[in-house]
Design a protein around this ligand. Structure first.
Ligand SMILES: Cc1cc2nc3c(=O)[nH]c(=O)nc-3n(C[C@H](O)[C@H](O)[C@H](O)COP(=O)(O)O)c2cc1C
Length: 320
């Protein structure tokens, strides 16, 4: 169990925020498959304050996904405070601040990973968000700007002093982006240095690896990002099924959750992206992915997945 402020999580395995992926249906799915907490995609503080339609659409939530954390990004303490006040009216369980995103359009405005270069500004942002929020506030960051500037221990101390309820450390530098290997040693050093819960993140591909990170670093919880895509089973010890039939049960559950939150005529590209990932590594994955990518809407997608299920049943009967 993991305790963050007043929140007791049923599992210390958390779903990391993934822009373009951690929408409401996927978050609900991961909670059903065992994630102790799910995190939204990063939400622009400006988009919230100026009530931009695409930003407001990201606030879709449902009691079934709770506990849920909504993540804010921005570089202006006053606007971040206003955004936190607004976000609080939607009653998430936590608000997380993005201080680790390396994407240029975020860092060029001084937000995300760029805040590691300016801990004083980062502290002003945390203070402002806490002051304006009605829920506990957490921070997600990286180990430092580059290998010559590893600052996670000092940064975590600063976040703790400012009043953050927990800190997530992705074991890569800003300069690394998503390349190289996550450094778990720095995560262990952060855990030694602060009293607030530390969540380790980076390169966890299985439940066993998550347990290993907790054992080796002493961290209180772990966050899984990319390995959860097409694989919500990663949150449980048994892992992803090797048989197509139980795998399709998961796919159909994901589809059901998508259908609950999207009108039938609608089919954003991210849905096909999610669906295609389930079949990675299977003998017929290329054919299945083509069937999925040829679909124009959710009705067609449902039909394509039913055909895949039928062909798998026929194959089983032939083998049996
Ligand atoms: C496509 C993609 C989108 C991401 N979006 C976010 C985001 O919105 N907020 C954030 O804090 N981190 C974001 N990240 C970083 C992940 O949360 C995580 O820290 C990183 O992928 C390392 O964990 P992993 O090895 O388990 O994927 C993103 C990563 C990827 C690959």
């Amino acid at each position: 169990m993991l305790q963050i402020a007043n929140l007791t999580l049923v599992s210390p395995f958390l779903l990391a925020p993934l822009a373009g992926y951690t929408d409401l249906p996927f978050r609900r799915l991961c909670r059903e498959f065992g994630a102790g907490l799910v995190v939204s995609e990063m939400i622009s503080c400006h988009g919230l304050v100026y009530k931009q339609a695409n930003t407001l659409a990201m606030l879709a939530s449902n009691p079934a996904e709770r506990p849920v954390s909504f993540q804010l990004f921005g570089a202006d303490p006053a606007i971040m405070g206003q955004a936190a006040a607004l976000l609080s009216t939607f009653h998430p369980d936590l608000i997380d601040i993005n201080m680790g995103c390396p994407v240029k359009k975020v860092t060029k405005r001084g937000a995300g990973a760029a805040l590691m270069q300016d801990p004083q500004l980062a502290k002003a942002i945390i203070t402002s968000v806490i002051k304006n929020s009605t829920v506990p506030v957490t921070v997600k960051t990286r180990i430092g700007v580059d290998s010559q500037h590893i600052s996670a221990v000092d940064f975590a101390r600063m976040a703790e002093e400012a009043g953050a309820a927990a800190i997530t450390i992705h074991g890569r530098t800003w300069a690394q982006g998503f390349t190289g290997i996550a450094d778990w040693d720095i995560i262990a050093q952060v855990k030694q240095a602060v009293a607030l819960p530390v969540i380790g993140n980076g390169d966890i591909h299985s439940h066993a690896q998550g347990c290993a990170m907790m054992r080796l670093t002493g961290c209180d919880g772990i966050m899984i990002g990319r390995a959860a895509l097409g694989n919500p089973w990663v949150f449980s010890p048994d892992g992803k099924p090797t048989e197509l039939s139980p795998l399709l049960d998961g796919v159909f559950r994901h589809l059901e959750l998508i259908e609950e939150s999207l009108p039938p005529g609608h089919m954003p590209g991210c849905i096909k992206n999610h669906m295609g990932r389930y079949f990675k590594g299977l003998p017929e994955s290329a054919r299945y992915r083509k069937m999925i990518y040829d679909c124009k809407d959710l009705v067609a997608l449902h039909h394509a997945l039913s055909l895949i299920r039928e062909s798998s049943r026929n194959n089983q009967q032939e083998q049996g």
